[in-house]
Each structure stands twice: as C-alpha cells, then as structure tokens.
Design a protein around this ligand. Structure first.
Ligand SMILES: *Cc1c(COP(=O)(O)O)cnc(C)c1O
Length: 370
C-alpha cells in the first residue's frame, strides 16, 4: 500500500489548497509532443494574455519554481548595457539583487524598511543621479511580510523617466488586478501556485513582445533563457526540455475556475473577505499585525508573536498542523512574527474554523494574555 497523506488546510504563501477539479485535471499522462498537450499549453498561455487584456505581450512559461522564472527573466532581459534599480523592502526584493549578483548583471539596490512602502522621492533622486539605470525592479506584494507595494507610483515614475519596469508579481497575479498598459509594465513574472490556484512546477514570464525580440543572446545560461524558450515555442509549439505536463493541465483547469468565479475582481473580493475575517478574528483574540493596515495586502498577514512567555511558535505551529491547519513562520528580520495566508481555494468559513483552532491551541498552551 502506498501511504496516503492527510489533506490539511494550507494558509501559506504557496503551494496552496487547490480545488478538487484542478487536482482531477492532473489524472492523465499526456505525451509532451502530442498535439493534445501542445494545444492545452497554447490555450494556457493565450488565456493568461487574455487576463491582462492587451495583445502586445507574450507569455513564456519556464520550468521550475517562481525564483527560476525571476532568474530567467533577469538573465534574458538585461544586456551588458543594462543596469537595474532594485527597490526592496523584504526578502524577495533582496533575492532579486542576489540573483543579479550571481548572474553578473549590473544593479543598484535601494533598501527600505520592511514595514514601509517605497519612497518615490528617494527612487526619483537615484534615477536622476545614476544615468546608467535602464530598468527598475519591484516586488508587488512582498510576501515575506504581506506589504503591498505601490505599483502605480513606481509605474508612473518609470514612465516619466523612460525606464523599463520589471515586476515580481508572484503572489498577486490572478488575485489583484494589474494594469499592464497604464503602468507600462515591461516584464512581469508570476507562477501558477499562488493566486491562480494551480500547482507548482513552472513559472511564467509576461513580457512586451517588442522588448523580447531584442533579447537574443543576453542570457548567460542555457536552460533559463526566456528568449530561446519563446523562439522554440514559436517554431515547434513545444517546450525545449521536459515540460511539467501535469502542472500545465492543473493551470488549464484553474484558469477556467478563475473565469467561472467571475475573474480577478471577484477573486480579489473573496481574498479580501478572507483577510478581513482573519484580521478581525486575530485582533479579537489579542494579536497585533506587523504591517500597518494602509499598506497591508489581502494576500498574507504577518502577526507579531504574543508577549506571553508561554508562547513558543514551534509548539503552536505543530499543534495547529496536527489538527489540520498549516500556518507559516515569519520572514521579517528584526521582529518575531508568523504568517497566515488568505489565498488558495479557501473562503471565510475556512478562516473561521482556523480561528477556532487557534483559540483552542492557545487554551491548551495556557496562553491567556497575549
Ligand atoms: C513565492 C514568491 C517567489 C518565488 O518563490 P519560489 O519559492 O521560488 O516559488 C518570488 N517572489 C515572491 C514575491 C513570492 O511570493
């Protein structure tokens, strides 16, 4: 007998709880060179472009987790002449600079506090000073804290100074509406296993076609080359190397479910309700949030550790997991926090059952005063 694992509720930054339909969609083994797979793969890419609603963009999927997609996109779009200004207020912003360092791309890192959004003034000063800057990179929702960064402000700054905008929208695409045209986004990277409610296995890069056609030869890696990947799709309709066939089928299903739900605006409303339910319930118990509510995304929330000396996160985590609720450790540097995600195939009633479970565990741990 092969061991069956218990399905738990995941309140994490991904992978997430997916619907039965999406799991069922994976119960077929398609040949990667079969016309069925080529067709479904094209449909998935076309459906993603339909979501953004303008035809000037192409969607290029690439094997690996979200970070692979970010690395591939940076490797491909930045040439020897490019220099990218990276705006960072957390771990994923820092990761963009770590990647640039590793793959020898010119960059400048502008760091802000983890509980503060970017100061557009500071960005503008740097752009004025450093004439070499060609691109600006930002993380839309900094999933390490849950802060939502000002895409519109950075977008208009980039337009004013004619800089190309690179967006890590890993944890927002599909859950928060993103205006590609208004923000003049050049490159955006996301993955199927967050707000699109698919499963892991690949990520995808959405880029302006007229930018991508100039990117031949930029990449300093064979497999993580978005230009070559795109060319191969154009010529053969196929992935260059073994594709994650089951994950593509899952995304094909989950994109239909997104449409059925009523599109991004409806999904946003559900996530927002999840978030409100979670935040209000936690505050009622005495917890406090790390991020000010004005900057807080409805994607994931960082809560400060309670002051009680009886609170030990690992015990709290394990006890919750045992009864079927998986939360997540914090990822901010100075303050002790833990995170609870609001995304995936979950609704406010699931959040309410999590809140009840938290109450129960606090009681068991004899934590009365948070
Ligand atoms: C999830 C995530 C990533 C990618 O993480 P992987 O573990 O490589 O999938 C990158 N940026 C942000 C903002 C994320 O939330």
């Amino acid at each position: 007998m092969i061991k069956k694992f218990k399905q738990k509720w995941l309140f994490t930054p991904g992978p997430l709880v997916t619907s039965r339909k999406t799991k069922d969609a994976m119960l077929v083994d398609l040949g990667s060179r079969e016309s069925d797979f080529i067709k479904v793969n094209q449909l998935v890419c076309n459906n993603i472009i339909k979501i953004i609603g303008i035809k000037d963009y192409v969607c290029v999927p690439i094997q690996g987790s979200g970070t692979f997609g970010i690395e591939a996109a940076l490797s491909t779009v930045l040439s020897k002449k490019s220099k990218i200004l990276i705006l960072s207020n957390g771990a994923y912003g820092r990761r963009i600079s770590n990647i640039c360092k590793k793959i020898s791309k010119k960059f400048i890192l502008l760091t802000f506090k983890e509980d503060e959004i970017f100061s557009i003034d500071k960005c503008e000063k740097l752009i004025k000073k450093d004439k070499q800057i060609t691109h600006v990179a930002m993380v839309h929702c900094e999933t390490s804290s849950g802060i939502l960064n000002p895409l519109i402000d950075v977008g208009s700054l980039c337009k004013r100074y004619k800089k190309k905008l690179f967006v890590d929208a890993m944890s927002t695409f599909g859950g928060i509406k993103i205006d590609f045209k208004k923000n003049n986004i050049d490159v955006l990277v996301s993955s199927p296993n967050k707000c699109l409610e698919g499963v892991p296995g690949f990520s995808f890069v959405i880029t302006k076609k007229k930018s991508l056609i100039n990117c031949s030869g930029n990449a300093n890696t064979l497999s993580l080359d978005i230009y070559d990947q795109w060319k191969y799709f154009q010529e053969n309709g196929q992935w260059r190397f073994t594709p994650p066939t089951h994950s593509i089928l899952a995304l094909y299903s989950s994109l239909q479910l997104l449409k059925k739900e009523g599109g991004i605006s409806k999904r946003y409303k559900r996530y927002k309700k999840n978030y409100e339910t979670l935040k209000n319930g936690m505050i009622k118990m005495g917890f406090t949030c790390f991020i000010n509510k004005n900057f807080q995304s409805p994607i994931i929330v960082s809560f400060n550790y309670p002051k009680s000396s009886r609170f030990h996160f690992n015990t709290f985590y394990k006890k919750l997991s045992t009864i079927g609720y998986v939360i997540y450790p914090g990822q901010v540097t100075k303050k002790k926090t833990f995170r609870i995600g609001c995304i995936g195939d979950i609704n406010p009633s699931v959040i309410n059952s999590l809140l009840k479970a938290i109450k129960k565990i606090l009681f068991i741990m004899k934590i009365k005063h948070l």
